[in-house]
Design a binder for this molecule. Sequence first.
Ligand SMILES: [Zn+2]
Ligand SMILES: [Zn+2]
Length: 231
Amino acid sequence: MSVRQQVMRFFLDVLYPPRCVGCRERGSWLCQRCLAATPRLPADHCRHCAIPMSGAAVCPDCWRDPPEFEQVSCAFLFEGPIRAAIHQLKYRGARHLAEPMVQAALTELSVPPSDLVVPVPLHPRRLAERGYNQSALLAQALSAITNLSLVDNALQRVKDTPAQVSLPGKERWLNVRGAFHADPGAFAHQSVLLLDDVATTGSTLRAAARAIKRSGARQVDALIMARAVIH
Ligand SMILES: [Zn+2]
Ligand SMILES: [Zn+2]
């Protein structure tokens, strides 16, 4: 953090003292107790889509139709305080939650070696509505902490798809297929870490990874803050 950022942080903390998103306790945006109580993604999960399962490294869906990214890194299930934090970050303008969430993820897992980090983009219409892309904020935080280069203008969302959350499983893939476009050659020979806030089936990561691969990337991995599991 630069001196300017530290000064900004000091004044922000004075004006808006951090309160935990889980329990409202003062002192931090995500307190240690709430983080400790957040359910972890079980160690046995599909290496591509992160669905919890035992007995194999890849789930039947990813086995039949392998995605074009290698591995997803994820620490938490989309439950409890992490779910609350993602909700606030996404829909309530709580931009300040991006950094503590990335910090929390990094205490649980290591980032796969990559050349660049690329946030999953929003469609320009949705970006205009929300005013920011929550995944880009997460990617900025990751880039600031790890020095990984951030590229957030070479991958675009070209189809304004309905929110994935409103769709049943099979339709999610049809919904996002072809939704992304990467500038030709933008990722040539690079290994790219794709970053998103939450995944439910991995369809969005699949579609984004495909576009990045088509623009020449050598390898794509993914990092998400949480995996939603539909019971
Ligand atoms: Zn708390
Ligand atoms: Zn899978």
